[in-house]
Design a protein around this ligand. Structure first.
Ligand SMILES: *Cc1c(COP(=O)(O)O)cnc(C)c1O
Length: 464
């Protein structure tokens, strides 16, 4: 064995202890460190011929790179929709590396069964009926892509083709219909060979991001009279700018009249189901053929983790089955690698299992409600401020606002957000809301409380 490797093997406890110290010291500072930063590109260095050993590498990382990482897991990082990591989730994630399981399936480890157990917890948390099959993937983008791949297989079956054999071109003119579609679903259309141009955008209701059902129905009516292919509808449950929800019940019921696959992108909005106050927003989710929900956003587990749910396990198998002989007959050994894009799979369920066990439904309801109350607190203040305009009522955890300015441009917003970032107390990101350059504050971290919002208000009062 190489000397460095054998030395490290002998000092494994010391290495893990030094790692724990660095991690603990960082976590102690989540409330102090600047949430956002701007890092310049650095010059690349050559690969060492002889290694320096884990401890030296660790200390080099700590001295050279750690100070330049972002504090996106801290309580005042309000960019994108970014969760942190709960204590239980961090513990789980450490053990994922220590045990290094390949959670692809089979009975040679309990890991895939812990994944099934965790999916069962999620179905109960989100009120999904027991017939959904679920699995972990790396993020909501891959969950959307997986769902659309199953949807495409379904669409093929409606016209008598097997898209997994014949390819995407065997279903000419396949359309994906949505209103406020997330960019990742459009990207998925590109990845799957359906094509970005296949996305048909239906108007929203005025001043809302929810789909105009009358316009959707008019489109469906026209489509069915022209005998075009079966459609895929993506219903959005929690839009990124204003956390608006499509009416899932009404969309679901349209299937009594029209033929379509219903996918629900509930990447973070799915967590509405956890609180009595917001649960009605997810009513009708059980009409869905497939559902996307992220774990690394509002569940507050480390990157990367999301769930994909489907009612069509057999179709999913047709798309994703890996038929190498040594992997066994997929019908007989219904293992995850026959259902997900990945074959080898990280034991991604463990951090989620840990955090759900540790805090339960009640713990999550408290986080969601507190985050939403914080968003309301900020939104109420913005509404009365002379410097900012609230662009939409605060529905859940996102505040969408902009500068009161005669010549509002995206550049102006960017310059303002750079000032806020460099001030170092809070961090927001930019957006365009119905054509208006704007700012989003998305509050999704388990630690954020009213004091953090007071700090945000203070920063917004003094900067301009
Ligand atoms: C974040 C998000 C996605 C993409 O999720 P990733 O985890 O970044 O891949 C998809 N849809 C919605 C609604 C989202 O908010």
């Amino acid at each position: 064995m190489n000397t460095q490797l054998s030395n490290d093997n002998n000092s494994l406890h010391e290495i893990l202890e030094a790692t724990r110290k660095i991690a603990s010291a960082h976590l102690d500072k989540l409330h102090e460190l600047a949430p956002g930063r701007l890092i310049q590109n650095i010059a690349l260095k050559d690969l060492p011929e002889k290694g320096i050993g884990a401890l030296k590498a660790l200390h080099q990382f700590d001295a050279e790179y750690a100070p330049m990482l972002t504090n996106s897991a801290g309580p005042r990082y309000f960019g994108f929709v970014t969760g942190g990591s709960t204590p239980a989730a961090i513990a789980g994630d450490w053990l994922v590396s220590a045990y290094d399981q390949n959670a692809c399936g089979s009975n040679d480890s309990i890991a895939p069964q812990i994944e099934k157990q965790t999916i069962h917890f999620f179905k109960q948390l989100f009120g999904l009926d027991e017939h959904y099959f679920g699995s972990f993937v790396t993020g909501a983008t891959v969950s959307n892509m997986t769902s659309l791949a199953i949807a495409r297989q379904w669409a093929g079956e409606q016209i008598g083709v097997d898209a997994s054999e014949e390819g995407a071109a065997s279903i000419p003119n396949l359309k994906i219909v949505s209103a406020t579609i997330h960019s990742s679903a459009v990207k998925s259309a590109a990845m799957l060979g359906i094509g970005r141009k296949a996305v048909v955008r239906i108007d929203t209701l005025p001043h809302r991001e929810t789909i105009d059902i009358d316009k959707l129905e008019a489109f469906l009516e026209e489509n069915s009279s022209q005998q075009i292919n079966p459609l895929i509808i993506i219903a959005n449950a929690g839009t990124v700018n204003t956390v608006d929800f499509d009416d899932l019940v009404t969309i679901g019921k349209l299937r009594e009249k029209y033929k379509f696959w219903m996918h629900v992108d509930a990447a973070f909005g799915g967590f509405a189901a956890v609180c009595t106050k917001y649960a009605h927003l997810m009513d009708g989710v059980n009409y869905a053929d497939s559902i996307t929900i992220d774990a690394h956003k509002w569940l507050n587990v480390p990157y990367d983790a999301a769930m994909q749910f489907t009612r069509h396990k057999k179709l999913q198998l047709k798309v994703f089955q890996n038929s190498a002989a040594y992997l066994g007959d997929p019908e007989k050994s219904p293992d995850f690698f026959h259902y997900t894009p990945e074959n080898s799979r990280r034991f991604r369920a463990l951090p989620s299992w840990m955090t759900l066990m540790a805090y339960g439904r009640e713990g999550y309801a408290e986080i969601i409600e507190r985050n939403c109350a914080c968003a309301k607190q900020l939104g109420d203040w913005i509404e009365t401020s002379s410097k900012y305009t609230l662009l939409a009522p605060v529905k859940m955890n996102v505040v969408c606002f902009t500068l009161k300015s005669a010549d509002l441009t995206l550049e102006k917003i960017q310059a303002f957000l750079a000032k806020i970032r460099d001030d170092g107390r809070v961090f927001f990101t930019q957006t365009i809301y119905k054509g208006t350059p704007a700012i989003r504050a998305a509050i999704s971290n388990w630690q954020t409380d009213t004091n953090d919002i007071e700090i945000a208000k203070e920063v917004l009062s003094v900067l301009s």
